[in-house]
Design a protein around this ligand. Structure first.
Ligand code: PMP
Length: 359
């Protein structure tokens, strides 16, 4: 039986990458040892690091105005690192609240800077929605504007980027590399790796070099962007195995045609699933069509008493991790870059069958 993994993160990785890693596990580049058993300062690892940054720059068209950092501490590590590095005395950071993750980022930021939260959720009983980006009432002055373009739990994605004189900071943990985005519209992008990049343990930070000197607070060195940029993300021992896998994922993405190709694929997968849900009298999706995530598709059974049966039977059918986050309930299918079309078809087949048997 084929197994399809709909986990929100750590998420499934491309099978090609996993097979290659398995093959190289004990003997990487004919060194006779694993990539995780060698020094991060050895020539082969330094060349992996350099290549991975080059590939990511290529994939996202990142200019030389930006530093690319491979850091530790995941997404939440960045919830703290961002205010520590971008704090400006006497100015508030502005946090846009579109859901659970952006709200969490705000809570953490308040430990390190003064911050205000702008709630742009525009929900009704029936529907989750967000005020259009162009209508956000942003204050004139801010140390930076933080937002989350893809709320992994809520299944909400923003396709427009806010504009402001203050630096725009985006938590792209769950949609980085999923579709074409113009990096130049952002001043800082960060992402925990464990969805579209690789295993957990790594966070990617893409930051305008002009911001590196802002770090006025007593920022721990491992979280200091300026230090990490100077040390090429090797101030301390990086998570080398995660980095190796991320490098392989970047190569894989390039080999299939890059971000524009995966975007097309992602749009088709998401459309198929949303269309099925919308047409079914058995399931529904509460997110307004204009802000539906291409990566995380929450859905609800109209008869919620069938939830646990749905989960047991889906798991027996090889469809893993469909339970929605405890904050929003229902189900959620996370369909990141590595999710195949076959996985979407298998899920729709199962949902169709389940609905028929239980209507
Ligand atoms: N931001 C977003 C959008 C996320 O989805 C997550 C994790 N799912 C995080 C932040 C937190 O990441 P981590 O668990 O790596 O700290």
């Amino acid at each position: 039986m084929s197994v399809f993994n709909f986990c929100a993160g750590p998420a499934g990785l491309p099978p090609e990458v996993m097979k290659k890693a398995q093959k190289e596990f004990l003997n990487w580049q004919d060194l006779g040892v694993s990539v995780m058993e060698i020094s991060h300062r050895s020539k082969p690892f330094l060349s992996l690091a350099e290549q991975s940054e080059h590939d990511l720059r290529d994939l996202m068209k990142i200019s030389d105005d930006y530093a690319v950092l491979f850091m530790q501490g995941g997404g939440r590590g960045q919830f703290a690192a961002v205010p520590m590095n971008l704090h400006v005395p006497g100015k508030d950071a502005v946090y846009i609240n579109t859901g659970i993750w952006s709200d969490g980022a705000y809570d953490e930021a308040c430990k390190f800077t003064t911050a205000v939260e702008l709630n742009v959720r525009n929900d009704s009983d029936e529907q989750f929605n967000v005020t259009p980006v162009s209508e956000w009432q942003l204050p004139n002055s801010a140390s930076y504007i933080h937002y989350c373009p893809n709320e992994t739990i809520d299944g909400i994605e923003l396709f427009d980027v806010p504009k402001h004189d203050a630096p725009i900071v985006a938590d792209m943990s769950s949609n980085i590399l999923s579709r074409e985005m113009d990096v130049n519209q952002f001043d800082l992008i960060y992402a925990g790796a464990q969805k579209n990049i690789g295993p957990s343990g790594l966070a990617i930070v893409i930051v305008k070099k002009s911001l590196l000197e802002r770090n006025g607070l007593a920022t721990p060195s491992i979280f200091d962007y300026e230090i990490q940029a100077k040390k090429e993300s090797m101030y301390n021992t990086p998570p080398t195995f995660s980095w190796y896998l991320a490098a392989e994922v970047f190569k894989w993405l390039k080999s299939i045609g890059g971000v524009s190709v995966i975007e097309q694929h992602n749009r088709e997968k998401a459309k198929k699933l949303y269309d099925f849900i919308d047409e079914s009298p058995f399931y529904n999706n509460k997110v307004h069509t204009s802000v539906r995530s291409l990566m995380n598709v929450p859905f609800w059974l109209k008869n919620e008493s069938l939830n646990s049966q749905f989960l047991t039977e889906s798991e027996h059918s090889g469809l893993l991790a469909l339970e929605g986050h405890r904050y929003v309930g229902g189900m959620r299918a996370s369909i990141y870059n590595a999710m195949s079309n076959q996985g979407i078809d298998a899920l729709i087949d199962f949902m169709h069958r389940f609905a028929k048997e239980n209507s």
